[in-house]
Design a protein around this ligand. Structure first.
Ligand SMILES: C[S@@+](CC[C@H](N)C(=O)[O-])C[C@H]1O[C@@H](n2cnc3c(N)ncnc32)[C@H](O)[C@@H]1O
Length: 223
């Protein structure tokens, strides 16, 4: 399946937007241009599977509507940092942190991966439900929602694997939400070159924008 065909399929699943959705027993605000967790099983599953560090610091890359970041705070993380490259997603995560009364412990930043973080920040867990489709070099991010699905040249995945381990506290853990639309082989080669191991923490069949996929929560293990 080509990247464009996949995007078209995904868009088909995103037309019915009501501005609000229910997931994991809560109601959430959904802003235009933001990845809609209601049309995919990944957000709910990964948010249920993640071992949020009690009293610890949790970093979510690409927080989208903010379901996982807010769930982490409600699950007992003392400090949650949620970043997204999409300004609409940043506003959406902030709105849902306020809506669920955790804005005091969910810091939301507009950031390309780790760029907006302060030097020296360290986390007990780092997580990214990634934009898994390996887009070609000529791919353009014509609309914000494209950031939710496509990673041009897998450059962001490479930076995540390269820079992420240095941001972990001793005993910290790093997770990647992935699925079978992604280029697992390219990811594995990158991990091998960096001396990292990708272990399947949990996996299950699921749906992304109407497409059947296998969802995997991968743990990045530092040798
Ligand atoms: C598959 S969506 C997941 C959204 C949300 N975490 C969820 O599970 O519902 C991927 C998210 O990563 C964000 N993203 C993509 N590239 C990014 C980057 N370089 N830095 C920060 N966020 C990025 C997208 O804007 C999108 O919100």
């Amino acid at each position: 399946m080509t990247a464009d065909a996949t995007l078209s399929d995904c868009h088909g699943g995103f037309e019915d937007r009501s501005g609000q959705f229910d997931l994991l027993g809560r109601s959430w605000t959904l802003l235009p241009g933001v990845f809609a967790p209601v049309h995919t099983t990944s957000t709910a599953l990964f948010s249920s599977w993640l071992p949020f560090p009690p009293g610890g610091a949790f970093l979510e890359i690409g927080s989208g509507a903010g379901v996982t970041a807010v769930t982490a705070a409600l699950a007992g993380c003392a400090h949650v940092t949620a970043v997204d490259i999409s300004p609409a997603a940043v506003a959406n995560t902030a709105a849902n942190a306020r809506r669920h009364g955790v804005a005091d412990r969910v810091r939301v930043l507009n950031s390309d991966l780790f760029e907006a973080l302060d030097t020296g920040e360290r986390y007990d867990a780092i997580y990214w439900n990634s934009n898994v489709i390996d887009a070609p070099p000529e791919f353009e991010y014509l609309e914000e929602l494209r950031w939710a699905f496509f990673d041009r040249g897998y450059a962001t995945h490479h930076r995540f694997l390269t820079q992420g381990p240095d941001l972990l506290r001793p005993g910290g853990r790093m997770f990647l939400g992935f699925n079978t639309l992604g280029n697992k082989e390219r990811l594995r080669v990158m991990a091998d070159e960096l001396g990292l191991e990708l272990a399947t923490f949990r996996r299950r069949p699921g749906v992304l924008g109407g497409i059947r996929v296998e969802l995997s929560l991968l743990e990045v293990l530092v040798a």
